[in-house]
Design a protein around this ligand. Structure first.
Ligand SMILES: Nc1nc2c(ncn2[C@@H]2O[C@H](COP(=O)(O)OP(=O)(O)OP(=O)(O)O)[C@@H](O)[C@H]2O)c(=O)[nH]1
Length: 519
């Protein structure tokens, strides 16, 4: 099965993804937290400023109502004894209308509902009377009153502020009222409408029945406001602030305050989007200003992931089957932290052990275990080297004589002793570069580089002599027959020289053994 080690996720990618992910998550969560806190703060601030603003305007409106009722009350007291004096009545309504400028019109109505004096004069001149229930609010109240909006006999949509007129005896004589024409330029426009916001903020005024009596969009005057928390609360006489959805479905932050004397409620509101607009651009600014730092941190993570993963990456790469020289590569790896250093030293040690074991196995495969000399395979390797390097050499092919008899007479163990002793004698040959080989049971081959047959014969003679002098656990002497040959160059194969040596050995056996024959 092929090992797809390179297709697995890499440590560097893992560290990098982990680092980047945690940085982005941390940034995202802190931005989100900052955004939420700022958002809440902005909303609370806007609600509070709208609450304060509506309360301030409610104060202004209340002062206006109170002052106006005061002015009307004064006029009412002036008219107590003049209800039959048209000239006096007309003079008073004109004075009040023109002097104060608070009302669109001022009328005096007698107890039958007839307009007996008016400024402008047109209503009185036309003998208008108040007859509808809504127009008769002041007539019936017989007390200071701010009416609900109603359509006047002259066709004006208005609210009026009125004071009853009583005789000195306390009889009800009628009332004097100042009217505010809701659909025309009026005092409310002057008091409340001077704040022109470009961000969609506006304020409006409702009466106690949720009817709009002032709105920057004049067409909405007289409209019944749909139920919302701000209007509900303010019509119950309470001030405060709350988020609402306006009649067009837009989220608004509303502050509201009642004008108790008039039963009105003032609602100042600002679109939520307008409130949050600076926050969005603020957050964009924060992200923009932070981006170099974020990029720097990401660069740091990338660098750290590279530095951490590099030693492990190189270790992994150098242990892959594709690396032909893993040891050299492992040695130059800079394992700068504990785990990588441990891993590096473990890999180096295990590679060394493996190489050592391979060397041992190689040696075993080339060596005869009983004598420690090379076996045929080992000798083959040496011959190949000679042939490759064209090294001339001489061969001594040695075969112990009548070894079967030794085995049969003294036993196999003694036979082994003889073999080992003969190998020891060979090892004592003091010849440079000599190769000793046990090529068969009791057969040995000696290769002497840069040597001739004559020199080999000399070594063979000394071998005969040494063997004769060696004491062995046998009663009879042990002898050896030796065939000698030489290889002088590539005109022949190295194997042919072995054949020649073998033939020489055969001759030595034929000649009666314990002798050396040179080919
Ligand atoms: N003890 C022992 N005997 C071995 C070993 N290897 C081979 N032999 C024996 O060596 C003997 C070799 O006998 P032969 O090939 O007939 O040769 P020889 O008896 O030495 O006779 P010549 O070579 O003609 O002198 C056989 O009896 C083998 O069993 C070994 O490792 N130990």
């Amino acid at each position: 099965m092929q090992h797809h080690w390179y297709k697995k996720i890499k440590l560097r990618s893992l560290i990098l993804s982990l680092g980047v992910l945690s940085i982005l998550l941390t940034l995202a969560s802190s931005y989100l937290a900052a955004y939420k806190v700022q958002r809440q703060l902005l909303i609370e601030n806007t609600l509070e400023s709208n609450r304060v603003y509506s309360a301030k305007l409610a104060n202004v409106a209340a002062t206006f109502v109170k002052t106006s009722l005061g002015h009307l009350g004064y006029s009412a007291s002036m008219l107590t004894n003049n209800m039959d004096n048209r000239q006096r009545l007309t003079a008073e309504v004109e004075r009040l209308h023109k002097q104060s400028g608070q009302f669109n019109s001022v009328v005096v109505v007698d107890k039958e509902g007839r307009i007996i004096a008016s400024s402008p004069a047109v209503f009185a001149e036309n003998n208008l009377t108040v007859s509808t229930p809504s127009a008769s609010q002041s007539l019936n109240a017989k007390r200071p009153l701010v009416t609900d909006p109603f359509l006047s006999p002259a066709g004006n949509y208005l609210v009026s502020l009125s004071q009853p007129i009583f005789s000195e005896a306390g009889d009800y004589l009628g009332y004097i009222s100042g009217s505010i024409y809701l659909e025309k330029q009026n005092i409310l426009n002057f008091l409340l409408g001077s704040h022109d916001y470009k961000d969609g903020s506006y304020l409006y005024v409702v009466d106690r029945n949720r009817t709009i009596i002032y709105h920057p969009e004049a067409s909405r005057v007289g409209e019944l406001v749909s139920i919302n928390d701000a209007v509900n609360t303010v019509t119950q006489g309470t001030h405060g602030a709350t988020p609402i959805v306006n009649s067009k479905g837009i989220d608004m932050l509303a502050g509201f305050a009642p004008v108790e004397l008039a039963g009105w409620g003032i609602v100042a509101q600002r679109p939520l989007t307008a409130t949050l607009a600076p926050l969005n651009s603020h957050m964009k600014q924060v992200i923009l200003q932070n981006s170099p730092l974020i990029l720097l941190i990401l660069l740091g993570v990338w660098l750290a992931s590279t530095l951490i993963s590099r030693p492990l990456w190189h270790l992994a790469k150098s242990t892959s089957p594709q690396d032909p020289t893993p040891r050299q590569h492992i040695n130059v790896i800079r394992a700068w932290y504990f785990e990588a250093a441990q891993l590096k030293s473990a890999i180096i040690k295990s590679t060394e052990l493996l190489n050592q074991r391979i060397q041992e196995l190689y040696n075993d495969s080339q060596t005869d275990p009983m004598t420690g000399l090379l076996n045929r395979r080992g000798m083959q390797h040496v011959l190949e080297q000679y042939e490759l390097n064209e090294t001339p050499f001489a061969v001594m092919m040695c075969d112990l004589d009548h070894f079967k008899v030794i085995n049969d007479t003294y036993g196999h163990d003694i036979g082994d002793q003889v073999i080992i002793t003969f190998a020891a004698l060979l090892k004592q040959l003091d010849v440079a570069g000599i190769t000793l080989c046990r090529s068969g049971g009791e057969e040995f081959i000696v290769l002497i580089p840069h040597s001739t047959k004559a020199e080999a014969c000399t070594h063979a003679q000394s071998l005969h002599a040494h063997l004769a002098q060696t004491s062995l656990p046998l009663n009879a002497p042990v002898t050896v027959s030796i065939g000698v040959a030489e290889w002088t160059g590539p005109t022949d194969t190295v194997h042919s020289v072995l054949k020649v040596a073998d033939q020489a050995l055969y001759k030595a056996k034929e000649q009666g053994r314990n002798t050396t024959v040179s080919a």
